[in-house]
Write a protein that binds this ligand. Structure first.
Ligand code: ATP
Ligand code: MG
Length: 481
């Protein structure tokens, strides 16, 4: 136990919205905690020789000029972490938002924790199953990867993240959903969804809606990362969703304007790149000596008019291991999840995909993109060769197969079965509706004839001759018109 805590007293000079200028601190560190009494808290975000700029996090009593402030000089800003946060919705400061009583932390972790070093990491070696076919097949993720979800307003960004969380049930994953700067209504929708889907057993919601202080909206992603680090250090697998970082950038822009810092590109402060990259660095796959835990990040960014080259999205693209780009035209056309396969990539996951999925996914993206091209031709009323007609038909089938309703996850082994049937040409002679009905029936028939097969695929992870034979057997009388 620490016996001596160094504290320094200062005096409030000015209050400018969420920034308080304090004089009298002889020692100051960025990211330090400042207390004003009555439970009012602030964070040091800048200083000059005679004055520190403190960002208000929680204001219990109105602060006035002349009030006392004290900073804990030798103490980092830490927040409570631990198992007891599971199943709870908390604020950026770890305080309960769900009215279920106080939370007793198991430990305290620094808010601006340092990312694991190179020596503490190992290459990503385990697939991260999202349960979303188009992602698992064509943009596969690994545990410890950072994958940006970008797209215009209302294109299904949040749904991809929340469906991924819902799919982690009974998989031993700890999920953290970090909610930044949106309305309370959006937040209660997500909380409701998690409650209904039974996701709260393994999920923490860390939220700072637009109604709370700018300070809390700024620190909330760091709090989520610190909570995640605790579980990662316990050797657990963690998923953290940041919904969304464009809002986070907006908040930092507002704060920086109050701090009178020079605006840079798109009026964002110059350090926004540093701020986000420092956060993204905290995702990791730890070495066995460090417990072997992994923390996967799914940051979300909003684009404007489909411009993926916007400042914040392109920054984030450069500091993540790939992006899932959701296109509004696809969303309106009914191709949902509206993933634009031309612009979406995963730079890590495909190296560790199940061999079965790698085999089935080979060439699929090209097939899809060629179909999209051929589809353009039909719009021009061009005369189509027979070859193009066939490609169109097959492409439509592929499109249907890649579509997925919201909240209807498909496990990796089920994906193997579906795409195996597609590759075998099972549905080539059917109408789309009939093919759709057939697809549902496959699993019913598997359940009846060979209930172990799904488990076997999951264990083997590859298409052995034996599995292929069994699949062929089940599929043989499918596809009859
Ligand atoms: P915002 O910009 O407001 O954050 P968003 O991009 O996060 O929006 P969502 O809130 O996830 O988008 O989804 C928008 C709407 O689209 C929701 O009503 C959701 O139900 C619907 N939706 C999302 N994905 C699908 C899907 N795969 N199938 C059918 N509907 C979907
Ligand atoms: Mg959203």
């Amino acid at each position: 136990m620490k016996l001596v805590v160094l504290k320094e007293y200062g005096r409030v000079e000015r209050v400018q919205q969420s920034i308080v200028k304090v004089s009298g601190f002889s020692f100051c560190a960025l990211g330090g905690l400042v207390k004003f009494g009555y439970g009012t808290l602030g964070l040091i975000v800048g200083f000059k020789e005679d004055e520190a700029a403190v960002l208000l996090l929680k204001e219990k009593e109105k602060i006035r000029r002349g009030d006392k402030a004290f900073s804990c000089v030798d103490e980092e800003f830490k927040i409570g972490v631990g198992e007891s946060y599971l199943g709870r919705a908390v604020s950026a400061l770890g305080e309960p938002l769900d009215g279920k009583g106080a939370i007793k932390p198991q430990n305290y972790y620094p808010l601006f924790g340092e990312a694991a070093s190179v020596l503490e990491r190992v290459p990503i070696n385990e697939v991260f199953e999202t349960g979303i076919k188009i992602i698992d097949m064509l943009i596969p993720l690994g545990c410890g990867q950072r994958e940006l979800i970008a797209g215009d307003r209302v294109t299904g960004k949040t749904s991809i993240a929340t469906d991924t969380i819902l799919h982690q049930k009974d998989k031993g994953m700890v999920c953290i959903y970090c909610f930044i700067g949106k309305t309370e209504r959006d937040l209660s929708k997500v909380i409701e969804l998690f409650k209904e889907g039974g996701a709260f057993d393994y999920t923490i919601v860390v939220a700072a809606s637009a109604a709370v202080t700018a300070g809390q909206q700024y620190i909330v992603p760091y709090a989520a990362a610190s909570l995640g680090e605790y579980f990662m250090d316990q050797g657990r697998k963690v998923l953290v969703v940041f919904d969304d970082l464009t809002k986070h950038a907006w908040i930092w822009r507002q704060i920086s304007l109050l701090l009178e810092r020079f605006p840079g590109r798109d009026a964002y402060p110059g350090d926004i790149f540093y701020i986000h990259s420092q956060l993204m660095e905290r995702a990791a796959k730890l070495s066995p000596e460090m417990g072997g835990g992994a923390m996967t990040f799914l940051p979300i960014a909003q684009t404007i008019d489909g411009d993926i080259t916007g400042y914040i999205p392109s920054n984030l693209i450069s500091m993540t291991d790939g992006q899932i780009y959701l296109a509004a035209p696809l969303f309106y056309e009914g191709f949902r999840p509206a993933v634009d396969l031309g612009l979406s990539v995963s730079r890590i996951g495909n190296k560790i995909q199940w061999p079965a999925i790698r085999e089935l996914a080979a060439g699929l993206r090209l097939e899809y993109l060629q179909y999209r091209q051929a589809e353009q031709l039909t719009k021009m009323n061009a005369r189509l060769s027979e070859e193009v007609e066939i490609r169109l038909k097959k492409g439509r089938l592929l499109c249907e197969l890649l579509k997925q309703e919201i909240h209807s996850p498909v496990s990796l082994s089920e994906q193997v079965v579906l795409f195996y049937a597609y590759r075998k040409g099972c549905w080539d002679n059917l109408s789309l509706e009939k093919a759709q009905a057939d697809r549902i029936e496959i699993f019913e028939r598997m359940q009846r004839r060979d209930p172990q097969l799904i488990k076997e695929i999951e264990d083997k992870k590859e298409l052995t001759a034996e599995i292929k034979m069994k699949l062929d057997n089940i599929l043989k009388d499918f596809g009859n018109p």
